[in-house]
Design a protein around this ligand. Structure first.
Ligand code: 2HA
Ligand code: ZN
Length: 284
């Protein structure tokens, strides 16, 4: 099977097209990565071997991540426009292999225009952070495979009016819409403003993503992670939608806090009914 026909590539294309339509990916905004299963990795390596391709030279990532040693990661490219994902997946995405020490990568397929996204360090550290977090908390081990960064406009607007505080943000979003708490009971992580594109913001984001499945980049956008494309995209969508509802509510109240959001007592009731534990300390 051709690599561009594989399910995970088609899923990446679909996410890009949907998110482009929603207006989250102006020009070359945003980036996306997927950590392949061993089965998918084997299919990719077989497909590459059958074409007699060798893979590129190794490039140092500046990070040492033994969790990712030997992994194959499909990632969007630096400067790539999500709008073109369906038209030319080999330009927008590529599959890289992480070295056995977890400190460098080489391109096996795609990225025909160059190299992985400028936020590659954040993607690598986010995958590793979720693997560590889930290994501790989940009997089945790590399920997270998708890391997604989008410039969602309402989340960005909200970061212009709320402090960069996870509890404040989470409460505003939970109160905006009844079921938000069920989608992100652990809350939403928020990172104060930082320069994008390097290892500093990557390390700070990974600290947040060890604790939350999402991370707001203030005045910039958000990161959402998940076990599947539906999971990561759905989480980003839920954060963006609740941010929009909260903003519309505040605007309708002349800038004041909307008086009739879902109350703490109601949030506790929904959680009890659904067997979900809201993050400790985030309800009054
Ligand atoms: O890839 O969104 O943050 C373009 C970006 C960088
Ligand atoms: Zn960005």
């Amino acid at each position: 099977m051709q690599i561009r026909q594989m399910d995970f590539v088609r899923e990446m294309v679909r996410l890009c097209e949907d998110a482009w339509t929603l207006g989250w990916h102006e020009r070359n905004a945003g980036n996306l990565s997927y950590r392949l299963t061993w089965e998918e990795s084997r299919c990719v390596l077989d497909a590459i071997a059958s074409h007699g391709c060798e893979g590129d030279d190794w490039t140092d990532t500046g990070l040492v991540l033994p969790q990712l040693a030997g992994s194959l990661i499909c990632v969007s490219g630096a400067g790539a426009c999500f709008r073109n994902a369906g038209h030319c997946p080999e330009l927008v995405f590529g599959i890289v292999q992480i070295s056995s020490e977890g400190s460098s990568y080489r391109i096996l397929w795609g990225l025909e225009d160059g190299r992985p996204t400028s936020e590659f360090p954040t993607h690598l550290l986010a995958h590793a952070a979720r693997m560590d977090a889930e290994r501790e908390s989940c009997a089945e081990g790590c399920q997270s495979r998708v890391v997604y960064h989008a410039h969602c406009p309402d989340a960005i607007t909200l970061s212009n009016i709320l402090p960069p505080d996870s509890r404040v943000w989470t409460r505003a979003l939970w109160q905006a819409m009844t079921e938000a708490v069920l989608f992100f009971p652990e809350g939403v992580g928020v990172l104060p403003w930082m320069v994008p594109g390097g290892c500093d913001i990557a390390r700070a984001s990974a600290r947040v993503l060890g604790d939350f499945r999402s991370c707001i980049w203030t005045q910039h956008g958000l990161f959402a992670t998940g076990c599947s494309f539906d999971d990561a995209f759905g989480l980003a969508h839920m954060i963006e939608k609740t941010a929009g509802i909260y903003l519309a509510g505040r605007a309708a109240c002349g800038g004041a806090e909307p008086p009739y959001g879902v109350s703490d007592a109601q949030l506790r009731l929904i959680c009890e009914e659904s067997g979900v534990l809201p993050r400790e300390g985030f309800l009054d």
